[in-house]
Design a protein around this ligand. Sequence first.
Ligand code: ADP
Length: 643
Amino acid sequence: MTTENKPLQKILIINAEMQTNHLFNQIVQTMGFEALVSESLENARQHFSVNIPSLVIINENIASLNNFNWIVSIRKKYPLLPIILYTNIEKHQVLKQALRLGINDYLSAPLTKEDIQNSIQANLSHSQSLRNYVLLESRRATQQLQARVNDLETLTELARLVTSSLDVDIVLRTIVEAAVELTGAEEGSLLLIDEKTGELYMRAARNFNEDFVSTFRMPVNDSIIGSVVQNGKVVIFDDNTPQKIKTAYLVHSLIYIPLKFRDQIIGVLGVDNRHKRLVFSQKDVSLLTTMAEYAVIALENSSIFSEMVTERTKLETIINQIEDGVLVLDNDFRILIINKIAQTVLRVSGENLVGSPIQMYPIDSEFLEIIKKFENYLGKSTEINADDERVFSAHLSKITNIGYAVTLHDITYLKKLDRIKSDFVSTVSHDLRSPLTAILGYVDLVERAGPLQDLQKSFLDRIQFSVHNITTLVDDLLNLGRIEAGFDTRKEHVDLSIFIHQAIDELNPKFLQSRIKLKTNVPDTSKQIYASPIQMRQLLTNLLTNAVKYSEAETAISVTLQEKDDQLILQIADQGFGIPAVDLPYIFDKFYRSGNIIGTEIPGSGLGLAIVKSIVENHQGRIWVDSTMGQGSTFTIVFPISE
Ligand code: ADP
């Protein structure tokens, strides 16, 4: 026996009489307990703060102080602690009151050893059995809680599976298995309505014969399951249920939960017992209801997923079959979509194209340049030459939150047409140039052949003026033809500021003649651009000549060149006639002359700005004009700085 180590049970005696205390003390000790003696409540309280005694004996004189308040508070705090009241004189009323307040027993004078022992013994053992009972009850409650926790864990696990798995078969099977486990049923099944036949079939099952599962078919209007589908109400049923219900097979108990999908019943989740006489509870119903909801979510997810797959396949087929090339890149230029045509034109081939950076393919160097400076090219079209000599116009656009899109349109036929037209124009222009030179030559000779009357002289001047105009036109046509045909396109890294200074020098006689005040804000050297020198000269000459042509004498023209980000910005501003707003959209069109020349004799072909525009496009630049009638026009051209 190892009783030595076990602390002795403590009996607290609250009594002020020494003699009685002595007696209590002796008896308590002989019973094998430790006696703690307090002569006042104050002292007793201190004992409680150190150790709770197993039993309390309290003198009525002390207990009745404050109307038994102390007993009331101890009873509240320690409901199982036995309290014995000791009275010197039995007072019926006082005892009644004390008993109601919760004392367990009383002792009265004359005290006998036997009486005291019996009372202590009986009350301790009663208190012990109460403690045992409470312990048992709390264990039972804990077990129930544990079972509930297990149920919840299984449900959480299922929820995780529903959200993480796209394999609806696995999810449904796991749900049915969990339904059987958690309800303790013998078998379980998930039945769905076949949309074509309207019959119920088993989509997932546990503990059913496989043949039975695969061949099971049942009309909805038949039996108990049918009623669940039709009413959308849960059915819980066992041998004790008074109503008679027809099932597909004989069972002792069952639960059927309707599967509701957007207000429609699409099937039933059920568990049953064919042999066990187990009765299901409402708890089982709520567990199954949650699982039925999970099953519906899994079915919904799977239908959304397969819809998505179908839609994606449809989209892929469409994108692959259209005649244009399509390329979609994310913000880091990784391929998101690329169709067959785009693959051929851009020389992108291989496995797993989606997700790989477009730069890793041997794409056209110009296209690579575009990719690097995509933002500069957005909203614009550029030409790309495919290996099979076809020419594609690539249109670049930004797609918010996704990245960039490139569409490639085959413009080979347009290019051919354009070439035929340009060939025609340059041949005709060329052929026209010689007779015109001859006419001018003979006009000169007429004057030298003999004296002319004034009228004849003025007619000759007109002939000269007109032939001059035709020559300008023919020159412009030839220039445009050359640019469009791709001649003079040899490009090099050039300093634009140098060309500007040269052009100004060359046109100086014109500025002087019109007494134009020229203001320049052009640095001596600028960052380089990749450009054709011939075309740069042409561009500057055309714009500066126009500025003089369409301005009154003694006005100012300013030329500025600035660098911003990775672009050069050239501005040529005059204080001339200005361009009517209605003409602004067309002034870069071939042969278009604006209304501001009406009534003037300013010569021109309407081709100068068309040439300028072709040149700017040829250099991946942009051009626009701001103009106010009577105040002047400002032409702005932006070129990308070369690396
Ligand atoms: P043109 O040979 O007639 O000068 P352009 O193509 O150079 O042909 O210009 C087209 C038209 O745009 C001109 O006829 C003129 O009406 C207008 N224009 C061009 N530059 C200016 C300018 N600086 N100020 C006013 N009008 C201009």
